[in-house]
Design a protein around this ligand. Structure first.
Ligand code: ATP
Ligand code: MG
Ligand code: MG
Length: 382
């Protein structure tokens, strides 16, 4: 079988390797942390992501290279493209690594994004806040994740503080109008190296403290909006010339329109529900897409709620794994059908806010799964 090199050895690489193994692929991860989540289930080169010798070794040892995070060093990406086969290409990384380039590409694809402005100085920020109105959100153009590198500006008096806080990062900045939304949804699109495109059913995403808390599928929005979201994600994947997965985060606005927030050229936390709930998981689909296999069916086989296990939830979840039936369930037909599927990533340090695992709650009705989450008492109701 062929072998696949993965830049990054986190949980996304781990689940990719676990999904690719039944198809006969072997995996080699490149990650600086010994015993990285992916390295526990695959071979690993322990070195910095920017280490060119290590990248060259990865290219030497594998047939196809992919990545599990988008902040890949541009020089390393170029080196890998030259020495190996990187079906996703470096252009997709170049576009999605930078919010301003990404927004321009999204607009070119025909998507609507929140009104925005590039910010180079406090005076420009002051002017843009007046023009776009409050609330608005100042973000670093590069490097942000889990809501890090963002400042919500509620009124004009916060401009100086916002600029002071984010300009120290040295990153370029972008100001976005704050979209008042009914909910957030995401669609994982897949496009294969053979040009085939497929989309998974949209997930409704609940964030807490800037971090994804839960994904609900089917998303609780009208059917025509679900269909439009899938069409939009497919159109973006095609317009970007994407190969592999492209996760598209959207706001379903109070005005009934879909605004694209950002995209990620990789498996996405909001797509973890596919692991047991769909005929094909996002990880298998990614492997299929980059290896030129036909894409698998994205069909949803059951309603599902995915809940993230952060460091602060790990002890409780470990106990729950021993006695999943201890969660008091209402003796209704649908509640009895809840089947929790546990996924832990093998990370040693359970820091607060760190993603340690997730649970896919297969269910007859997502309302029951949400009630199950509440009854565990592990995720305090906000
Ligand atoms: P991720 O971990 O998804 O990569 P991130 O750090 O890149 O997160 P965003 O996705 O841009 O950050 O924003 C995080 C969350 O903040 C969004 O999911 C949404 O809840 C809120 N948010 C960000 N931008 C806006 C906006 N323009 N209008 C309304 N809400 C927003
Ligand atoms: Mg992001
Ligand atoms: Mg996001």
């Amino acid at each position: 079988g062929a072998s696949i090199g993965v830049l990054g050895g986190g949980q996304l690489g781990r689940m990719m390797a676990l999904a690719g193994a039944p198809l006969g692929y072997r995996f080699v991860a490149l990650d600086p942390a010994p015993e990285a989540p992916c390295g526990q289930v695959a071979a690993q080169i322990v070195a910095a992501y920017s280490d060119k010798d290590a990248a060259a070794e990865l290219a030497e040892r594998t047939d196809v290279i992919t990545y599990e995070f988008e902040n890949v060093d541009a020089e390393v990406a170029a080196l890998l493209e030259e020495r190996s086969y990187v079906p996703q290409g470096s252009r997709l990384l170049y576009t999605t690594q930078h919010r301003l380039r990404e927004k321009a590409a999204l607009e070119a694809a025909g998507a609507t994004v929140a009104p925005y402005a590039a910010i180079g100085s406090e005076a420009e920020l002051d002017e843009a806040v007046k023009r776009l109105g409050t609330p608005c959100v100042l973000k670093t153009a590069t490097g942000g994740y889990d809501g890090k590198g963002q400042f919500v500006i509620r009124n004009g008096s916060e401009v100086a503080l916002a600029y002071a806080e984010l300009s120290v990062t040295g990153a370029e900045l972008v100001l976005e109008q704050f979209i008042s939304f009914r909910c957030e949804i995401s669609v994982i699109a897949a496009r294969s190296s053979m040009g085939e495109t497929s989309t998974f059913p949209p997930a409704e995403n609940i964030h807490r403290g800037g971090i994804l808390h839960a994904s609900i599928v089917p998303a609780r929005v009208p059917a025509d909006v679900l269909a439009e979201a899938e069409r939009l994600a497919a159109r973006i994947a095609e317009s970007f010339g994407a190969v592999g997965l492209l996760a598209v985060e959207m706001f379903y606005g109070e005005d009934g329109r879909l605004y694209v927030n950002e995209v990620a050229p990789r498996p996405h936390n909001s797509g973890h529900y596919t692991m047991e709930a769909c005929a094909t998981s996002q990880f298998e689909q990614h492997v299929r897409a980059i290896c030129g296999l036909p894409l698998g069916s994205p069909e949803l086989r059951t309603p599902v709620v995915m809940v993230n296990v952060l460091g602060e939830h790990l002890d409780g979840v470990t106990k729950l794994m021993l006695s999943p039936d201890s969660v008091g369930v209402e003796p209704t037909e649908t509640a009895a059908a809840i089947r929790p599927k546990f996924h832990l990533y093998g990370k040693d340090e359970a820091k607060t806010g760190r993603k340690m695992g997730h649970i896919n709650l297969l269910c007859g009705d997502t309302a029951d799964a949400l009630a199950w989450i509440d009854r565990t008492g592990l995720w305090p109701v906000e």
